[in-house]
Ligand binder design. Structure first.
Ligand SMILES: [Zn+2]
Length: 193
């Protein structure tokens, strides 16, 4: 398995709308799905969309269980990473078919380092998706799982949670990024001189 490079905002590739998989294509993507799960666990995330690694396929992985159990250990073995982790959800072509209520969480994103913001989302959703065998399933997700699903499905549509914060908050973050970038450019210069 491989730790995939996670694209970071403002990489334009994060804005590409991902393409659905045909049922018969899923089997050929098991390696990718394992890499996504591996990368999510290694990066300490509770969700990851293929789109965040520059792969424009509608695949997401989620596991929100560590949020309530900080010491939880996950299997990172290639042979059972997809089966031994009981709270791992793999959703191919996920689609929200029901939404209700409101909730908000302080969200973060592996693609937007050092940025957190409270975002309003639906409290309960139902998601229709395909599993790794190509079978359709429906998940009822509430609370954190619902929020995580909405965040990851947004990634497949090129939407980032930073799009949902106030313009002021976004421009402050953009300014801090620019500063960081020019600082690292200065550093590069000093190495070559
Ligand atoms: Zn994210």
């Amino acid at each position: 398995m491989e730790f995939l490079k996670i694209l970071e905002y403002p990489d334009p590739k994060l804005r590409i709308k991902a393409t659905p998989l045909k049922m018969e294509e899923i089997a050929d993507n098991i390696g990718l799905i394992k890499n996504l799960a591996y990368t999510m666990y290694k990066a300490d995330g509770i969700g990851l969309a293929a789109a965040q690694t520059g792969i424009n396929k509608r695949i997401i992985v989620l596991d929100v269980s560590r949020k309530s159990n900080k010491d939880k250990l996950f299997s990172l073995n290639e042979s059972d990473i997809l089966t031994a982790n009981k709270d791992l959800i793999i959703a191919v072509n996920p689609e929200i078919i029901f939404k209700e209520g409101k909730t908000s969480y302080e969200e973060g994103c592996l693609s937007i380092p050092e940025f957190n913001a409270e975002i309003e989302r639906f409290w309960e959703i139902k998601v229709k998706a395909l599993d790794i065998l190509g079978n359709e399933f429906i998940v009822e997700a509430k609370d954190l799982l619902s929020v995580a699903f909405q965040h990851e499905i947004d990634h497949l549509d090129g939407i980032l949670f930073i799009d949902k914060v106030s313009q002021l908050k976004r421009s402050l973050y953009n300014a801090s990024l620019k500063k960081k970038k020019s600082a690292s450019r200065e550093k590069e210069k000093s190495y070559t001189s």
